[in-house]
Design a protein around this ligand. Structure first.
Ligand SMILES: [Mg+2]
Ligand SMILES: [Zn+2]
Length: 247
């Protein structure tokens, strides 16, 4: 089968919106969020927002109900299901958090298509409050990448996935993303890999300004229809090449 590794950013890639922004706006946290924005790193700010919701009597179920209203485009759902059924190994690599991503993917019935969701971990504490923790602990194990926020270097994770996957024959990567946090992992891709930057978003801008830095083949997309079409085409092309090479 296809035997490819397909890694998706989540916000503005899998979903067209941003899950953090969605919860902040829909649950009435925008004024506090904006007030604190300059004082806290993003990850800590979201943790603070969850504390605020808890103090207002909002439960984890309320947050889940809010997340289930996030639209997930039918063409993206179809793309995920097709890539999975074609034998690709699918992962999410995101600076959102486990609870938000899991809730949305499960709601649309595609969580099982992913072998892993790599993101900031969450738990519900004894008082019923949703806690969000950094993926990398910047105090005990800082990642030393100056392209990425302290809580998550996606490039390091691409290297880790690659180290594990070379045993399984999943050597070809397709990476889909939009944001500045997707620059570092895109730089880690090599020849034979593909990067799918969302057109007119920060990753795309960065690639356009210095394409020679990126070794992977570049395939831009704008919307869910294009994402599906290009992704499935790339999977077919790559698996045909692999068959011809007998690998
Ligand atoms: Mg994104
Ligand atoms: Zn990095």
């Amino acid at each position: 089968m296809a035997g490819m590794m397909v890694v998706f950013d989540f916000d503005r890639t899998v979903i067209d919106d941003d899950s953090d922004r969605w919860v902040v706006v829909e649950m009435g946290l925008a004024p506090l969020f904006n007030q604190l924005r300059s004082t806290l790193p993003w990850n800590s700010l979201m943790e603070r927002m969850m504390k605020e919701l808890h103090s207002k009597g909002k439960t984890v179920e309320d947050i889940a109900e809010c997340l289930k209203r996030v639209p997930l485009h039918p063409r993206v759902i179809a793309a995920i299901k097709s890539a999975h059924s074609l034998g690709c190994n699918l992962k999410v690599l995101s600076d959102a958090n486990q609870f938000f991503i899991e809730t949305i993917l499960k709601h649309y019935g595609v969580y099982g298509c992913f072998s892993e969701v790599i993101t900031n971990p969450t738990l519900v504490d004894g008082e019923g409050r949703l806690r969000i923790f950094p993926y990398h602990d910047s105090a005990s194990s800082p990642h030393s990448c100056n392209l990425c926020p302290p809580n998550l270097c996606k490039g390091l994770e691409i290297e880790r996935i690659r180290a594990c996957s070379s045993d399984n024959g999943e050597k070809r990567f397709i990476y889909l993303g939009d944001g500045s946090g997707d620059i570092c992992p895109s730089l880690k891709l090599g020849e034979g890999d593909n990067v799918m930057p969302r057109k007119n978003f920060p990753l795309w801008d960065r690639i356009r300004s210095n394409p020679m830095l990126f070794k992977a083949e570049i395939h831009e997309w704008s919307d869910a229809e294009e994402l599906e079409k290009i992704l499935i085409q790339l999977i077919h092309e790559t698996s045909t090449e692999r068959q011809q090479q007998g690998s």
